[in-house]
Design a protein around this ligand. Structure first.
Ligand code: PLP
Length: 344
């Protein structure tokens, strides 16, 4: 990994204020209050574990969202910035996106921004200024242009401080992504897990926020641990009435009778940015794609299955509940080759 310059940006977009404490105090109550709270060391310069892998943050930009135009400032990744009474921490009340970065450029950025705005609307959060978020993600990605291998930017917006909501909290964190070579080559052992909702939950119970990319991923992580207990590595969620949905951090693509099919977002699942780009690539090769519902019984006729996500690309499924699934290595390589050729 190349060395990354952590010094604050001198770019025109940067918010010139402030050490974190000054920024925080402008959002807060009486003097001295700052001394009574603790700051959570959110992005820490020391490696920490995510999904069993080590992730060392490289670049951190903190947003000031107290004005409509907003601004952002570069910080050291181990600066103490997030208050422990931030609703993102106490309630998981916020949204996020993770975009893959190649050669310093965030991929599928417009699709990520559109989904970010959609998630914000579902949570009744202030509409994000997409121009500002675009610039902060691009700036974060650009600082990692010299890094070896793939990197990614995770950008988050929370509702703000509990009992004193004046502005959302926002940041963009750049970090090295996991190497996807192995999973793309060897495939995934996957289990089906019931998500516990009907297929029409998004329509009947929108307050359950199915289909929003919220910071509340504890359930998704628990599902991955359940998969591990069952000797697998990943999950396809199903609805209580037998529809195939998505993985805890990936979209599903199935090939049935030569047609590449993914379930629709109307089932309360995310509109996958990687799946979207994979479909564009498949269509460019003259193959047929379709967004359509799939039921568990359809798996019996699946010729191949993939879980697709920003940092892994298209990972083939090699077994489902312990039963081998055919892997189409050639098409997998084609899809991932096409995904890796994206430049924006
Ligand atoms: N579904 C869920 C629940 C996810 O968390 C993700 C990504 O993290 C995806 C699908 C795939 O989305 P993308 O391809 O945009 O990474």
């Amino acid at each position: 990994m190349s060395r990354i310059d952590h010094r604050p940006s001198s770019g025109g977009t940067a918010h010139r204020a402030s050490r974190p404490a000054e920024a925080l105090s402008s959002l807060m109550g009486p003097p001295g209050y700052l001394d009574q709270i603790f700051c959570a060391p959110l992005p820490c310069a020391h490696p920490y574990q995510t999904n069993g892998h080590t992730m060392t943050p490289l670049i951190l930009n903190l947003l000031d969202l107290s004005t409509p135009e907003g601004s952002f400032t570069r910080h050291e990744p181990d600066d103490l910035l997030i208050r422990v009474d931030d609703l993102g921490i106490t309630r998981g009340d916020g949204i996020f996106e993770t975009a893959e970065v190649l050669h310093g450029v965030p991929l599928a950025l417009e699709a990520h921004l559109a989904r970010f705005a959609h998630s914000a609307a579902m949570l009744d959060l202030p509409a994000p200024n997409l121009d500002l978020w675009r610039r902060v993600v691009q700036d974060t990605a650009r600082q990692m242009a010299d890094a070896e291998g793939t990197t990614a930017v995770k950008f988050c917006m929370t509702r703000g401080i509990e009992d004193n909501i004046t502005a959302p909290t926002g940041w963009a964190l750049g970090f090295p992504a996991h190497d996807a070579t192995e999973v793309r080559r060897d495939g995934l052992d996957v289990v089906l897990l019931d998500r516990g909702y009907r297929h029409d939950v998004a329509e009947t119970s929108p307050w359950l926020l199915q289909g929003a990319k919220t910071l509340s991923y504890a359930v998704n992580k628990a599902a991955l641990r359940e998969a591990e207990r069952r000797g697998a590595e990943d999950v396809i969620f199903t609805s209580t009435d037998g529809y195939l949905l998505e993985g805890p951090s990936a979209s599903l693509i199935a090939r049935i009778d030569g047609v590449y099919i993914t379930p629709p977002p109307s089932l309360g699942i995310l509109k996958g940015t990687t799946q979207g780009d994979a479909f564009v690539a498949l269509e460019a090769r003259g193959l047929t794609t379709r967004v359509d519902t799939l039921k568990v019984d359809d798996l019996a006729s699946a010729e191949a299955l993939w879980l697709c996500s920003s940092t892994r690309g298209a990972a083939p499924i090699r077994s489902l509940d312990g039963t081998p699934v055919p892997v189409d290595h050639e098409v997998t390589e084609q899809i991932n080759g096409d995904l890796d050729k994206r430049r924006a």
